[in-house]
Design a protein around this ligand. Structure first.
Ligand code: PEP
Ligand code: CO
Length: 453
């Protein structure tokens, strides 16, 4: 295999990259990016890899979630706190149900680039480049908005830094303190059909914490603080390369734009530029696995991306659809086992279950999402593997993008608050309900008494 360098991907075919009018302007923007300080540190990246390795071994559980696409104008205090709140609430429910430490990873602080099926969009006879996320262009259907602008790469970095700075300050400042789960309550929680179930759980946890502290005579400082890690699809390779660094006293190269970058299904060709870029970085990496994935293809990816068979290196995020998962997943599990790699299996029950309503809105059905997740849990158990993570597109706000759930959102409700620019997200109530349902199912599978959850 040829020598890897942060720019060796440039020799390979790179899918899903925008075309910029002036390469010199692009180069200048990337040069500025390369000089900025990193967003995350190699210590954090290594800590996450270690924890993901433990999840692969069945000792932890990964909760990864956030928007399909972040946008610059959603980089606001309320949107960020609400997202943290729902992720914290979900992680609390999952810890309670499955009795394992949860690794919280947001799809945030950098989820600004989107893969698209088509390079162009046609409306009323006018053809323009497609919207590829705020890192590249703007969503409005005008020629000016849709022209890829290199300055957005710098703005994307800056918005990631603003987001991360706020998240770090909240977590450090006690927002995520387990003694105060009331900080995470959202205004409309009291009206949620699942509110009682959640509040009971919170009370039990607070009681247990007080009991433990009294018993041990200490403040459970170690367990009262929680961590958040960041992730995004490593799609725009110029952006990722500019933030790929060496650090003192360590071998290898780190992508310091995010803790956990992942490869999307549209860019996972083993001979393509994305796989070339990812093979050389030391971060833990995610790979989205769609229904087209064959055992041969997966074997190639494992060989190139995890040659040292390192636990924690690979998180395989399968998104096979509720109809397809039973056919495809067992073969993939066999393939990983035969190749003797230790991977973390994570289920993304969102991307294989997208449909379009008669009105032309993209949506997903709560029951189909839950069905793919529940089937995945059963399939892994039957195959002797462990489903150690879940990956959701969600919002901490009261959006109406997915149908179903305890409140029974219907297609007629979707227009009320449909905000996503790309894929439909679970709203706050649907997300919490999903966590409760998964926790209950996992508790039952593990033989934890029903009465406890
Ligand atoms: C996504 O996670 O938003 C996405 C595009 O996923 P996938 O690559 O699995 O289609
Ligand atoms: Co998406």
């Amino acid at each position: 295999m040829k020598t890897w360098t942060p720019d060796s991907w440039q020799q390979m075919p790179a899918a899903q990259q925008p075309t910029y009018a002036d390469p010199k302007v692009l180069e200048a923007a990337l040069g500025r990016l390369a000089a900025f300080p990193p967003l995350v540190t190699s210590w954090e990246v290594e800590r996450l890899k270690q924890q993901l390795g433990e999840a692969a071994a069945g000792r932890r559980f990964l909760l990864q979630g956030g928007a399909c696409a972040e946008s610059f104008d959603q980089c606001r205090s309320d949107v960020i706190t609400n997202k943290l709140k729902i992720l914290l609430q979900m992680s609390l429910v999952l810890t309670f149900g499955i009795k394992r430490q949860i690794i919280r990873v947001g799809r945030f602080a950098g989820q600004y680039a989107k893969p698209r099926t088509s390079d162009t969009e046609i409306k009323d006879g006018v053809t323009l480049p497609t919207y590829r996320g705020d890192l590249v262009n703007a969503p409005e259907f005008t020629s000016e908005a849709r022209t890829p602008d290199p300055e957005r790469l710098v703005t994307g970095y800056q918005h990631s830094a603003l987001t991360l700075n706020f998240i770090r300050a909240l977590v450090e400042g006690g927002f995520a303190d387990l003694h105060h789960p009331e900080y995470w309550d959202l205004d409309f929680v009291a009206h949620s059909p699942r509110a009682r179930e959640y509040q009971d759980m919170v009370e039990t946890i607070s009681d247990s914490l007080r009991f433990m502290e009294t018993l041990a005579g200490i403040q459970a400082g170690q367990i009262s603080r929680v961590d958040f890690f960041t992730s995004h699809e490593g799609l725009h390779l110029g952006y990722e390369q500019a933030q790929t660094r060496k650090v003192p006293h360590k071998d290898g190269w780190f992508n310091l734009a995010t803790h956990l970058p992942w490869i999307g299904v549209r860019t996972s060709d083993p001979g393509g530029a994305h796989v070339e870029y990812f093979r050389g970085i030391s971060n833990p990496i995610g790979i989205k696995i769609g229904p087209e994935m064959t055992p041969e293809w997966l074997r190639d990816l494992l060989k190139v991306l995890d040659p040292d068979k390192e636990p924690g290196r690979l998180t395989l995020i399968h998104r096979l659809g509720y109809r397809g998962v039973a056919n495809v997943l067992p073969g993939l599990v066999d393939c990983v086992r035969a190749a003797d790699h230790t991977v973390l299996w994570c289920c993304d029950p969102m991307h294989g279950n997208t449909e379009t309503t008669a009105e032309g809105l993209k949506t997903r059905r709560f029951d189909n999402i839950l069905s793919e997740l529940e089937q995945s849990l059963d399939i892994h158990r039957d195959c002797g593997s462990y489903l150690g993570g879940v990956h959701f597109e969600l919002s901490g706000d009261n959006v109406t993008e997915c149908v179903g759930g305890a409140r029974g959102l219907s297609e007629n409700d979707l227009r009320r608050s449909y905000q996503s620019l790309v894929d439909p997200r679970l709203n706050y109530e649907q997300s919490l309900e999903m966590a409760l349902r998964v926790a209950r199912k996992m508790a039952a599978m593990n033989g934890i008494a029903k009465a406890r959850i």
